[in-house]
Ligand binder design. Sequence first.
Ligand code: ACO
Length: 428
Amino acid sequence: MSNVANLEVDGKKYSLPVVSGTENEKAVDISALRASSGYITLDEGYGNTGACLSKITFIDGETGILRYRGIPIEELAEKSTFIETAYLIIYGKLPTHEELRRFSDLLTANQNLHEDMKYHFEGFPSSSHPMAILSAMINAASCFYPELMQGDRSNFDLHVARLISQVRTIAAFSYRKTVGRPIIYPKNAYKYTANFLHMLFSDPYDDYEIKPEVVRALDLIFLLHADHEQNCSTSTVRMVASSQANLYASCASGVCALWGPLHGGANQAVVEMLKDIHQSGDDGSKFITDAKDKTSGRKLMGFGHRVYKNYDPRAKIIKKACDEVLVSLKIDDPLLEIAKKLEDAALKDSYFVERKLYPNVDFYSGIIMRALGVPVEMFTVIFAIGRMPGWIANYKEIAEETKSRICRPRQIYTGPALNHYVPIGRRE
Ligand code: ACO
């Protein structure tokens, strides 16, 4: 296999180094191309651009493989927990008993927000989307740690624990704010996911009953979302981190990027789509016809992926979990039947087959969350809590890379050529 690529342009030849990854993925390193030739590469939407070298997550979209730090997602889903997986993603190895205990203790010790943060929640209208509150409050949290503003990274592990723990507290408080119910503080006795359910659903004198199957299902959703290499939100975090912005500001920007319906917002959009289909009495076939028609403005939400051209491995795990949770909670959700019919129809339809459009992680996750009693506006927030370890690990990779440069893509300018200022009275 060659370790250089040859490019000929304007009659001149250039040798470009070829870079290989652990799994033999190949890239042509064009970082010196402009300096030598005057050319840049153009790749709108970055579909074919590697923006970094990373040791965190491996995806093979053609065969449907996802591994965190080399470990297959299927093994982690079966054997690990969200917090253990978070440690693996951030610190690069599975923790020992002692390391996991210390990490868990640090999370518990840092789960309460600074009391003054509560006043910020009061300023939001109750109609706010919890994702808006989440991003604002994560950014605001950095104001309580002035050392961050000086670029001091000596307490990095403490900030990691604060962020993982407090994103869940902020998320629960945001929800309570939007439904006009009193804030519920975390309890030290509960583990991470149980504590989140407690903060979401308990009342001041009436504790929510924590069911193990509900905890396990939500923990699995967090774990399956924990990282996914250079997706839109993670690339955003890396972009912001590259300017040496602090950890909280960088992760808050990830929340904003995640919010859109083409990314994390898809889990909410899927359930809304399934509800519309249910209410309209359609068996799904009209919706499929619309989704194939580019003028309809509709897409089959929860289908398709930039990287997976095969079944998203997370969707397989979630589909199975979805069946189990609904049986265990004795819930008969008509939306699950509609989702399965849509999936069957799409996987047989030449439009979806030719374009290699398969269900992604969001297709069934919303149905599980509905069954657990999680309100639809919180779906993307749950995704954000799950993705926090991935954002932190990517931030850490940038922060520890001594040669890292600010991320700054170029462009091909297509606006007007040189033009001159015309005084207002002489304009047509
Ligand atoms: N429904 C109908 N058609 C689709 C869908 C869909 N869900 N997804 C892609 N297509 C079509 C495109 O219109 C395009 O058709 P064309 O070749 O005739 O122009 C073709 O399939 C290729 O799709 P792209 O637009 O190139 O896919 P891209 O990689 O840019 O986008 C994305 C990926 C955003 C996920 C897209 O598939 C989509 O919008 N899906 C629905 C939203 C969704 O589920 N998002 C969640 C993604 S997973 C995540 O973020 C966790």
